[in-house]
Structure formats: structure tokens, C-alpha cells
Design a protein around this ligand. Structure first.
Ligand code: SN0
Length: 324
């Protein structure tokens, strides 16, 4: 008799680590209905969540997901509470860095069965960021499965939760999903839009990206998307509008557009098919999104954040099943 083999997942750093998106999506929705169905799968297993940058949703939702599976969780803000880490190989450490990532990651791997790591881009050296130097050091040296909690170029747990949210709220088989750039006061990573694009290009949706000139994303994440500089045109008949700021990819890490007209408002929403508005949070009110949208009936931002738990729980479940 044929036995059911669980899909093996050894790391989760991109949608490309997932063999079958439809089946992990089904798993996430099933876990949402029945969060404690596998509350002993993670018994005596430890998840370490390591943060080099701030977090609210990722930290709480991933911790909750692990607890729902019966895991133990250790959380550390390495940037504030750990020794200053050296990332470069072959340097004489006579400066401010105290410990090399080779030892630090290897030691973390001794205490944890799975490690989650958040490592934002520096937004200065494009090749360092786009080669995922920090994430790859942890992958090389910790010796246990790694889950990205937002790396220099991608935020797959967020995009998975976004796909769950779109699946729950869609009214047609193939909704129109628009990712639109929004203004901001700071230079932000491209990780959330890159990752959302990578997932949407694999989902059953019509996917459009709208951004000012100069804000093209790396083509390797947007293959299959329709790309335009005309936001109003893009918004026509949109079922979902994903709002997010990012800094320039070409003129790396720069902010070249301050045009406040790119902010999503109810007036712009009237161009859409009564579209639902999404944002990964944290959001700057009155800059990226108007109060009227965030406080109005079309906002899905809280539902998206809630779904972070089920995305993380499905990913942890797959990894636990493959390390059993
Ligand atoms: C991060 C980003 O990648 O855009 C995390 C999003 C989940 N966002 C920020 O760093 C916002 C910072 C700010 O000052 O608004």
C-alpha cells in the first residue's frame, strides 16, 4: 500500500524552496481551522529566532506558530544583546567586531533544531545584499534548517501570508492583483516587493506592478508581471492593491521620488473593483496609506498580519516533518 510522504523542506528562504505551493497553502488553511492538530509534532525541538533588526509581527507570529506545534522557542536580538559579529572571512579582528559568524552560527546550531534569522540589507553594497551574504553565512555555518524572517532581498513568510489572505478574500478564480509603490521618508529594502512579486508570479492571479521611473525591481523576481509607471492605469479593476514603499534598485538604496500623489487614497480606490488594500506593516499613516483607507472597510492589513501565524506554522510543520 502506498504511504503518504510529507513534502520535505530543508530551508525556507524563498518561494523556490517550496515544491508545491498549492499543497502548503492548503496545509496553512487547515492549520488555521485546527491550530492544535499537531501540538506534539515539535515536542522537545527548539526554534531559535535571531534578530539583527526590529520586528513585531514576525517575532510574535513565528513564536506562536512554534508554540502551537509544541516547540520550545528561544528569541535573541543579536544586534543589541549579542557580541558584535564579524561577517567577513580572513580579517584580523582588531576592531569593533568581537565574534566571527563562523563560531556564532555554529554555536546557535548546537542549541537549536531550526533557526529563524532576520537580516535586513545594508542598502549600500548591492552585490553584498543581493548575494545574501549574511543569510548565506548562517546557512553555511549553523548546520540546522534556516527560516528567513526577512533577508536582504526577500520576505517569504510575509508573502506566504499574503497569498493566504488573497485566497481567502478573492471573489473570482483569477483576481487582478496590483503591487503599487508608495512614498516614504526613508530608504527601505526591496525585500517585501521582491518577495511578493516572486510569489504572485507563481500564483493564479493577473499581476501588475506600478512604480515611478527609476524604481524597477530586479528582473529575476518579476518575470511574468506587467510593469507600468502609470498607477491610475494599473489600479483599473484591481481586486487587490498591495501598497509598499521601496528604495531604488538600479541607483541602489537611493530615494529618487517624493511624489505624494503615489499615496493610496479613497479617490484612487474608486478606480478599482472595490479593491481590498494590503500592506505588510509597519505602515506610515498619511505617507504610504491614508487614514481613511486604513480605517475603512477595504483594508486587509490586520487579516494579513493574523495570517502570518498560519504561514509560519505550515513552514515549521514541513521542516519538522523532514528532520524527524
Ligand atoms: C521593513 C521593510 O522591509 O520595508 C520591514 C517590513 C516588514 N520596514 C521598515 O523598515 C519600516 C521602517 C520605517 O521607518 O518605517
Amino acid at each position: 500500500m502506498a504511504t503518504l510522504t510529507p513534502t520535505l523542506l530543508k530551508q525556507f528562504t524563498s518561494v523556490n524552496d517550496i515544491a508545491d505551493i498549492e499543497s502548503i497553502l492548503k496545509d496553512a488553511l487547515a492549520l488555521k481551522k485546527n491550530p492544535f492538530a499537531q501540538s506534539s509534532l515539535g515536542k522537545n525541538k527548539t526554534l531559535g529566532l535571531m534578530f539583527l533588526n526590529p520586528s513585531l509581527r514576525t517575532r510574535l507570529s513565528t513564536q506562536k506558530a512554534a508554540l502551537n506545534l509544541g516547540m520550545n522557542v528561544i528569541v535573541m536580538n543579536i544586534d543589541k544583546e549579542g557580541w558584535a559579529l564579524e561577517m567577513q572571512d580572513g580579517v584580523v579582528m582588531n576592531g569593533t567586531t568581537v565574534e566571527h559568524v563562523k563560531e556564532a552560527a555554529a554555536v546557535m546550531g548546537q542549541y537549536c533544531d531550526i533557526i529563524g534569522i532576520r537580516c535586513f540589507p545594508g542598502l549600500k553594497d548591492k552585490s553584498e545584499d543581493y548575494n545574501e551574504v549574511v543569510l548565506n553565512k548562517f546557512l553555511s555555518y549553523c548546520g540546522v534548517p534556516i527560516v528567513s524572517l526577512e533577508s536582504a532581498t526577500l520576505h517569504p513568510l510575509q508573502s506566504f501570508a499574503d497569498l493566504i489572505t488573497i485566497t481567502e478574500h478573492k471573489k473570482t478564480n483569477r483576481p487582478k492583483v496590483v503591487l503599487t509603490w508608495a512614498p516614504h521618508v526613508k530608504a527601505l529594502p526591496q525585500a517585501v516587493p521582491n518577495s511578493f512579486a516572486e510569489w504572485m508570479c507563481k500564483a493564479s492571479v493577473d499581476f501588475v506592478i506600478a512604480h515611478p521611473e527609476e524604481y524597477d525591481l530586479d528582473k529575476k523576481f518579476t518575470d511574468g508581471a506587467t510593469i507600468t509607471n502609470n498607477q491610475n492605469e494599473a489600479l483599473k479593476n484591481a481586486d487587490f492593491i498591495y501598497v509598499k514603499n521601496w528604495s531604488c534598485y538600479k541607483d541602489y538604496g537611493k530615494v529618487s521620488c517624493m511624489d505624494t500623489n503615489w499615496m493610496m487614497t479613497n479617490k484612487k480606490l474608486s478606480l478599482t473593483n472595490n479593491g481590498k488594500v494590503m500592506h505588510c506593516l509597519p505602515v506610515r499613516r498619511g505617507i504610504e496609506l491614508s487614514d481613511e483607507i486604513l480605517d475603512g472597510p477595504n483594508s486587509l492589513v490586520i487579516q494579513q498580519a493574523a495570517n502570518r501565524v498560519w504561514a509560519a506554522q505550515a513552514v515549521l510543520k514541513y521542516i519538522l516533518e523532514s528532520i524527524k
